[in-house]
Design a protein around this ligand. Structure first.
Ligand code: SF4
Length: 881
């Protein structure tokens, strides 16, 4: 290419989990344009409005270009003003602060808040640094806020994470059901494929289940507006209909499934200062004799020791909710109360719709699922996952599809979509969750730790067997002084986490040291002690994994501005400032109680390390990143290297960390059902991503199905059952025989009851508030609000309300209103008749707008099993500002 011409190279969109392929135009070392890649199977040349601005997000006027530290008189001062410092000054202070906290609190006092927007090599490095280097499991990605319930659902039902199907099912099905998934705004290009299918195949039906009418309703054949948590009852109603009409595929179910029920885990994340209006299940129960538990009953049954006490978060991240196998007869008993009448009473969401009309819609929905002629896809994303019973709704939708044998086959499946571009690749697959290791391994399982320690070349017992703190628990740790060093990477937690007023205060606690690495001065930067300037997508080599298990790679195309560096470079440079002896001696781990360990202690592994040639004075960089094997990995293209300063290892181009780390990570996946191809294959200009497992160079379009999945050897279908080989047996209410029954390659069909939301509107806080994303902006808007075209397209997060609710409060379109909850108040402009249409009693706010700190109002109640917060159900009052 001659100087001055645009060179086009393949890339991947920086935004949503759809994972659209791009062509990226580079001229004179600058990314000047992007366009949809016509050869990309995901998007076939299309992009949405955000996708078209992938180039402009790199060049906002206020990109961070040098480290900034709070200082007074040239020294770090928590109350000082931000001053530009050198990387050496920044990393040295950071290492000193880390060592201060680590000496006092051990591995549980330090943490990283990571991201589903990490590249895969970055995420893998973060997981390795924290788990092997720091011997801590306190790393958790923002995917905890969007996908954790789906993850646990997958684990519990199939024994392995991530969807069985792929996007091409959109062109193979005749029915699509959206469960709280406003695809038209959240997954626009996938929605274009849905639209294309509907417009070219007239028989295609779309049903939109939601708590308000949204953009996806415009094309849906039917919109079913349900009350918050009503989805739990509706799913049980469909299950009951399947049972009553004997629509079960008995052959499939007998061969491949087992029935299960589980504990009523409690863990709403209540805070002593917050008062809740408690559910009214008891009233309904009296009428219908349904299997619904009030909070008190649930506590009495599943955690008797907590009865009558203040309940705070009681589960650590990612613990499998206790469950056991039950008989089909018990399953039938469980779903029996969910008649059409009963379900409609609980689930009807629009006060202006008649009960009869709502019942007709529910019956039609059950008919659609049950009709053998229908090839059906169920899609969901945040509506299911950000849910106080998120794991339960995930499990129940699989129950529906499994009973009907409509899963993991062309045109049929329950399909969990992801929010972030690499929620699958970088949060889930590489193990940046606090309970995971790469390739679906769990820190709590000894063989998993041993395998990881071998691949990482570190002594046995280096990895801490105690599950770390999940995202919200890290924030709560900053508040209660148990976590004092927090490094945030590719995440904006002080705007994105619910009940955020608490965390803003906690960040400024004198004991805490908060490092924010980002490309722009985000809202979170205001609460940092140290700000590190980060490189963005095309300024580094990377890979992302999208929602259909497709891994896609791109090369570095431009240099980051000023002194900005990749997160990987920052981690490696930080690791150069820690020595093995800093972390690998005996360490306190409160609550650690595992066979072979002294209570509350991690043993020293320094002696074992010496036997392996690892000296106490070596740095963690030497041990984790630059071992001789890794150093042998050379750059693939010397010509490219001469044009681009590697942002990862400037001035030191004799090895290629992204490639070395990815190929090391690949070792975890081979033969394990997660097989990935090698780095070079993904980087080839011809490859447009591959759907894993990639076995003998071939991708796997459907898992669990013998016709497609090389891991299924006989019997048509097989679920991996790897993680939960056996479960105890019992009845609906508990274990009766603790002897585990084996589950060889069977999927679990769960019964889960209805449970009401923990906070509900009452006299004072009389409206629901639901929150979410909009088409034009990405998450907290830190990139898209810097693109003038996108900012102009949608500059404000509107408070959507029903016109009658607005009128009652003396509000009209365009007025500024206060939206107040028990946790705080924000101001936003009222909108009643555009884009979203709220039923009476419901309001809605997006969280992208820095001017409207939506999450200051939102409750931090979490699903007790997945620890994912519920951003969809807060009680608020609204009044004129
Ligand atoms: Fe595709 Fe999502 Fe990017 Fe839009 S935001 S171009 S739908 S990946």
């Amino acid at each position: 290419s001659s100087e001055g011409a645009i060179v086009w190279t393949k890339g991947v969109c920086r935004f949503c989990g759809t994972g659209c392929g791009l062509q990226v135009g580079v001229k004179d070392g600058r990314v000047v344009a992007t366009k949809g890649d016509p050869d990309a199977p995901v998007n076939k040349g299309l992009n949405c409005i955000k996708g078209y601005f992938n180039a402009k997000i790199l060049y906002g006027k206020d990109r961070l270009t040098q480290p900034l530290m709070r200082r007074t008189n040239g020294k770090f001062d928590k109350n000082g003003k931000f001053e530009a410092v050198t990387w050496d000054e920044a990393l040295t202070e950071m290492a000193n602060q880390f060592k201060r906290v680590y000496k006092e609190k051990g591995p549980t006092g330090v943490a990283i808040l990571g991201s589903g927007q990490y590249t895969i090599p970055e995420a893998y490095a973060a997981s390795k640094l924290v788990k092997a280097g720091w011997r801590s499991n306190n790393i958790d990605p923002n995917a905890r806020l969007c996908m954790a319930s789906a993850v646990v659902g997958f684990y519990q039902v199939f024994g392995i994470d991530e969807p069985a199907n792929n996007y091409s099912d959109i062109e193979k099905c005749n029915t699509m059901v959206l469960w709280g998934n406003n695809m038209a705004e959240a997954h626009p290009v996938l929605w274009s494929r849905v639209a294309d299918r509907k417009l070219t195949h007239k028989e295609t039906k779309i049903i939109n289940l939601t708590t308000y009418k949204n953009m996806s309703s415009n094309m849906a054949d039917e919109t079913i507006i349900f009350a918050p948590n009503g989805d739990l009852a509706i799913l049980n109603y469909i299950l009951r209909e399947i049972v009553h009409r004997d629509a079960i595929d008995h052959d499939f179910v007998n061969k491949h499934c087992i029935f299960a029920a589980g504990g009523m885990d409690i863990g709403y994340g209540m805070r002593p200062t917050d008062k809740f209006a408690f559910p009214k299940e008891k009233d309904i129960q009296a009428k219908q004799n349904a299997i619904i538990l009030s909070k008190e009953e649930a506590i009495a049954q599943s955690r008797p020791e907590l009865a009558g006490k203040e309940v705070k978060q009681t589960q650590q991240g990612g613990k499998a909710g206790a469950h056991w196998s039950i008989s089909f007869e018990d399953f039938k008993k469980g779903v029996e109360p969910y008649t059409l009448d009963f379900t409609a009473q609980i689930a009807k969401g629009d006060p202006d719709e008649s009960l009869e009309d709502f019942k007709k819609k529910l019956k039609n929905l059950a008919d659609i699922y049950i009709d053998k002629k229908n090839d059906i896809l169920s899609f969901w994303c945040m509506g299911f996952n950000q849910h106080q019973r998120g794991v339960w709704v995930n499990e129940l939708i699989y129950s529906v599809h499994l009973l009907l044998a409509k899963h993991a086959r062309p045109g049929n499946g329950a399909f969990s979509l992801t929010g972030q571009p690499s929620a699958c690749g970088s949060a889930r697959e590489v193990g940046t969750f606090c309970h995971r290791l790469p390739s679906d391994l769990l820190v709590a399982q000894k063989p998993a730790r041993v395998k990881s320690e071998k691949i990482w070349g570190v002594p046995e017992k280096t990895i801490n067997p105690k599950v770390g703190r999940a995202y919200m628990e890290i924030l709560r740790g900053m508040e209660d002084n148990s976590v004092n060093f927090v490094w945030t990477q590719v995440v904006n937690p002080f705007q994105a986490a619910p009940n955020s007023n608490h965390w803003l205060k906690a960040a400024r606690h004198p004991e805490n040291f908060v490092v924010v690495a980002d490309a722009y001065p985000t809202f979170s930067c205001q609460y940092a002690d140290l700000i590190l300037p980060a490189a963005m997508i095309f300024e580094k080599w990377g890979l992302y994994g999208n929602a259909e298990r497709r891994t896609q790679g791109w090369q570095q195309m431009a240099n980051p501005p000023g002194e900005a560096r990749t997160d990987l470079w920052m981690m490696m440079e930080f690791a150069k400032r820690l020595q093995v002896k800093d972390c690998w001696g005996e360490q306190p781990v409160p609550g650690l109680k595992v066979d072979g360990y002294t209570d509350g202690k991690l043993p020293s592994v320094l002696d074992e390390a010496e036997k392996m040639g690892i000296k106490p004075d070596m740095t963690l960089y030497d041990v984790l990143f630059a071992r001789p094997d890794n150093l042998k990995v050379a750059w693939p293209d010397p010509d490219l290297v001469s044009k681009i300063n590697s942002t990862t290892a400037p001035g030191n181009l004799n090895w290629f960390p992204e490639k070395a780390l990815f190929n090391e990570y690949r070792k975890f996946t081979l033969g394990d059902g997660h097989d990935l191809a090698d780095f070079t294959t993904y980087m080839n200009s011809e490859t447009r991503g591959l759907i894993w497992p990639v076995v003998n160079g071939k991708e796997t379009l459907y898992r669990f199905n013998q016709d497609y999945d090389p891991y299924v050897k006989e019997g048509g279908y097989a679920f991996y059952g790897k993680l939960f080989k056996a479960i105890p047996t019992g009845n609906l209410f508990g274990v009766t025989d603790p002897k585990p029954v084996p589950l060889p390659n069977k999927a679990k069909i769960f019964f889960r009851p209805y449970a009401a939301p923990v906070e509900q509107p009452d006299k004072e806080y009389d409206l629901w508030l639901c929150t979410g994303r909009i088409l034009e902006h990405w998450h907290t808007g830190s990139m898209t609000m810097r693109v003038p075209e996108l900012e102009r397209a949608q500059a404000n997060s509107f408070l959507y309300m029903n016109p009658k609710d607005a009128e009652k409060r003396g509000l009209k379109n365009g007025d500024v209103a206060v939206c107040e909850s028990r946790r705080g108040q924000v101001k936003a402009i009222v909108q009643t008749n555009q884009r979203n249409f709220m039923p009476r009693g419901m309001t809605w706010l997006a969280f992208f707008d820095r001017k409207v700190q939506t999450n200051q109002v939102v409750i931090d109640a979490t699903d007790p099993i997945s620890e994912e917060p519920d951003f969809k159900k807060s009680a608020v009052k609204v009044y004129k500002a």
